[in-house]
Design a protein around this ligand. Structure first.
Ligand SMILES: [Ca+2]
Ligand SMILES: [Ca+2]
Ligand SMILES: [Ca+2]
Length: 162
């Protein structure tokens, strides 16, 4: 993940003066890197390795993140877990948290997970398959990375380079 962001950042800072052709090439590279990240995300999310994202998988992630076992994953809990090995991903973690806290209560609960699952299940067959998962998170991660790059560019501190 950090390698990806570092490549992205280097590209962003060195590509500005280059031609449209190379911008397109960099865009293609950006898309392929997002695709790689989504692959990694899916592999991690599919905890029971059945090539789908099901309720068991969602509960595994929830239990993993709910460190104080109070059946709620609140923002600090989520962000500290998510950024544990990658402190530069604060903004991406916060963005994902806002996605998951569907009722905006400040914590992710089982109710949020149900709503979120229904949202990703775009064909409404009560099952999130690999294609649905990847299509959804490609969109979300693309947006979050673009925001993260913009933020790093407009602040003196570089949150993506740690
Ligand atoms: Ca908790
Ligand atoms: Ca909530
Ligand atoms: Ca489905």
């Amino acid at each position: 993940m950090m390698f990806f962001l570092a490549v992205l950042f280097i590209c962003y800072t060195t590509c500005a003066s280059q031609t449209t052709h190379s911008v397109n090439a960099q865009l293609a590279k950006f898309r392929s890197l997002v695709a790689q990240e989504v692959d990694v995300l899916f592999t991690r999310a599919d905890a029971n390795h059945n090539h789908g994202f099901d309720v068991d998988d969602m509960n595994s992630i929830f239990t993993d993140y709910d460190k104080d076992n109070n059946s709620a994953v609140c923002e600090t809990e989520w962000v500290s877990q998510f950024t544990h090995n990658a402190p530069g991903l604060n903004l991406v973690a916060k963005g994902l948290f806002l996605e998951l806290d569907m009722d905006r209560s400040g914590c992710i609960t089982q109710g949020d997970l149900q709503l979120y699952y229904n949202k990703i299940d775009t064909n409404h067959d009560h099952n999130v398959d690999e294609a649905e998962f990847k299509a959804y998170f490609t969109e979300v991660l693309t947006i979050l990375y673009v925001i993260a790059i913009e933020t790093s560019r407009t602040t003196t501190a570089l949150p993506l380079v740690s």
